[in-house]
Design a protein around this ligand. Sequence first.
Ligand SMILES: NC(=O)c1ccc[n+]([C@@H]2O[C@H](COP(=O)([O-])OP(=O)(O)OC[C@H]3O[C@@H](n4cnc5c(N)ncnc54)[C@H](O)[C@@H]3O)[C@@H](O)[C@H]2O)c1
Length: 266
Amino acid sequence: MGSTELDAAGGRPLHDAVAIVTGGASGIGRATAIGLASKGCSVAVVDIQADAAEETAAAVRALGVRAISIGADLGNAEQVSKIVANSVSALGRVDILVNCAGIYSGTSLLDLSIEEWERCHAVNLRSFFLLMQGAARVMIEQGDGGRIVNVSSSSAFRARRVSPAYASSKSAILGLTRAAAGELGPFGINVNAVAPGATATPTAFNSLPRGREDLEAMVKGDGPASNLLGRLSEPEDAADMIIFLCLPESRQITAQVMHVSAGAVV
Ligand SMILES: NC(=O)c1ccc[n+]([C@@H]2O[C@H](COP(=O)([O-])OP(=O)(O)OC[C@H]3O[C@@H](n4cnc5c(N)ncnc54)[C@H](O)[C@@H]3O)[C@@H](O)[C@H]2O)c1
């Protein structure tokens, strides 16, 4: 098959595409924005940390492609509702949506407040739905298909020592991904989820007293966060899978969850 056929089946080639990446100020989202840009893709970097999002956008522009930053709290539906329109107005179109931003909630079922539950689900799930709806409407109008990648977690697959607010939000992303893949498939829009395991980022470190050191010990141990390789993931590990799911070569993959957890989930 020639590259033109590949591109036609798999959406727009990255050097001609525009992506929205949430959580782009840090960790997996930042690595994804820079990885997509290194393949020529223009990027709208969305994050609540507006200054750090702008730093990522500057790093993207330094690679010779267009980028904007959008400071937004994804827990606020009104702010979320403006993201797709602002991206299209600045960059002309949207071909890829990477829903990556997320917050961890470590509170147990017995202690969890309604406020913490709702905040976790607003950021980790409701924003995914709203951005998918907004981006898919634009992709359908453009008529070139598209790619949506939602970041879940190995926590969606574990039965112990995982907080209910976080685990339920990350599990619900899988149902949302499958339902959207079914609805958007006829429009040439592939929708997949990526489920990272323990990854060296602030979200994972912040809840641990010794940060990276604790996380490295956990993946090497026998506990619930251990993995088969005994190696902590770096942000680029999940980002590489996300980027693959945006390439023409993954054109026949949709409604799937791709595990990047060194075998922590089988
Ligand atoms: N690090 C891990 O071990 C791990 C494991 C599984 C899944 N994940 C998931 O990966 C995704 C990326 O996280 P990461 O590990 O790169 O962490 P990270 O802390 O490096 O990045 C998360 C980003 O999301 C942004 N964010 C948080 N709340 C926001 C809000 N309300 N509005 C807008 N932006 C907001 C943060 O500012 C930050 O830039 C998250 O969805 C997380 O749940 C991480």
